[in-house]
Design a protein around this ligand. Structure first.
Ligand code: SOE
Length: 378
């Protein structure tokens, strides 16, 4: 019989919904898990909005002060779904109160904050994880398995992009509930922390550590009206970022992210080229993994498009029947499943805060490199 795990959700935006959906669905599809999430409380400053969210998604109660939620005896795990500038304060308080923490990405505003957060959860010995959800798209997990099995041999190149186009309009304000990602004071950085962080997390997981980086960033729209002050203010985030890097395994990395790639909504792609084989993945076609194996008979050699929907593909045995695809939201269900499974086994669930700090170190080095126009060690 699964034990209840009482969730306290802080935030109710896009990620609040994605995580909550994960908690709600997980036991239907992963019935053997040792824990069962219970939607105990949802928290946000706006009482009416959080009540509406709680009613819609099935939370038992609400709070308007996150400190109260964190102190509640009936909360086991705190889920942090608020802007990045609040991650540290909430994490420190939650760890001190002995709560498990599931924190939205990126871990923190910068490495110094992230290090403090790691020390807090490690001192309190509380289970922790960061929602780098794309690791749990079955095709991405399969890519990791293929690399770990040595099927690509020595890796030469790792290439990743995350392209969007939603901030091109000069009329778009910065700051406030929906647009905090454009406000450096709330987000810390622009595409580097928001989008490239995903690419970096996946890359570190699949291809190992990054030794150094050479980066450039650009802020195309220099001033925007601030929703909170009503004034036109300087934009402090990076709208676009590209960097080169050396991985510790000797391979070369090339990463690009922008919110100004007209026509692309969330085009996260990566390609890995090895001595024996290559793989490619594309979020817009997320259940496929493209695979080229040089070991195939020469007259049949070519890119195969693997439809990652069979029962023996990662996570897929839990869903429908072979050939039927799942989607974006399932990556969050998988993260909850892995978290609960790890909890039962008493092992960490990656990416932990400490793992996510490695991504933060790369992000900080990228921003410093772009600022100085010099290469930086990570
Ligand atoms: C930004 O538009 C965003 O929602 C990111 O914040 C998410 O992390 C990414 O998965 C999709 O794009």
């Amino acid at each position: 019989m699964a034990k209840p795990l009482n969730i306290g959700m802080i935030g109710y935006g896009f990620m609040g919904r994605a995580h909550t959906n994960g908690y709600k669905r997980v036991c239907d599809f992963f019935p053997e898990l040792p824990y069962r999430p219970v939607l105990k409380a949802a928290c946000a400053r706006d009482a009416a909005k959080i009540q509406a969210f709680a009613d819609q998604w099935g939370y038992e109660s609400t709070e308007t002060d996150w400190r109260k939620l964190v102190e509640r005896k009936d909360i086991d795990a705190v889920d942090i779904c608020v802007p990045n500038n609040l991650h540290k304060e909430i994490s420190l308080a939650a760890a001190a109160a002995g709560k498990m923490i599931l924190c939205e990405k990126p871990l923190a505003m910068n490495v110094a904050e992230g290090e403090e957060m790691c020390q807090a959860v490690e001192k309190a010995k509380v289970p922790n994880t960061v929602w780098y959800n794309y690791r749990r798209v079955p095709a991405v997990t399969l890519a990791k398995q293929l690399v770990d099995q040595g099927r690509l041999g020595r890796i030469f190149h790792y290439r990743a992009n995350f392209l969007q186009d939603w901030t091109i309009s000069t009329d778009l304000p910065q700051g406030g509930t929906a647009l905090w990602r454009l406000d450096a004071a709330a987000a810390g950085s622009g595409v580097t922390g928001d989008l490239l962080a995903h690419c970096i997390d996946t890359a570190l997981w699949i291809n190992g550590g990054i030794a150094d980086v050479g980066a450039m960033t650009e802020t195309f729209i220099k001033e925007r009206k601030h929703t909170l002050t009503g004034k036109v203010e300087k934009v402090g985030i990076d709208d676009a970022c590209a960097f080169l890097c050396h991985f510790q395994n000797g391979s070369l990395g090339l990463f690009e992210s922008t919110r100004y790639a007209r026509g692309h909504k969330a085009l996260y792609t990566f390609e890995i080229n090895g001595e024996k084989a290559s793989i490619k993945w594309d979020l817009h076609d997320l259940h496929r993994l493209e695979y080229f194996d040089h070991g195939d008979e020469s007259n049949l050699r070519g890119w195969r498009s693997i439809h990652v929907t069979d029962g023996d593909h990662p996570y897929m045995g839990k869903w429908w029947v072979p050939g039927l695809a799942i989607g974006y939201e399932h990556s969050f269900v998988h993260q909850v499943a892995d978290f609960l499974d790890s909890l039962g086994k008493g092992v960490p669930c990656g990416p932990t805060f400490r793992d996510a700090l490695e991504t933060q170190k790369v992000c900080d080095a990228v921003l410093a490199s772009a600022q100085d126009r010099t290469w930086k060690k990570v």
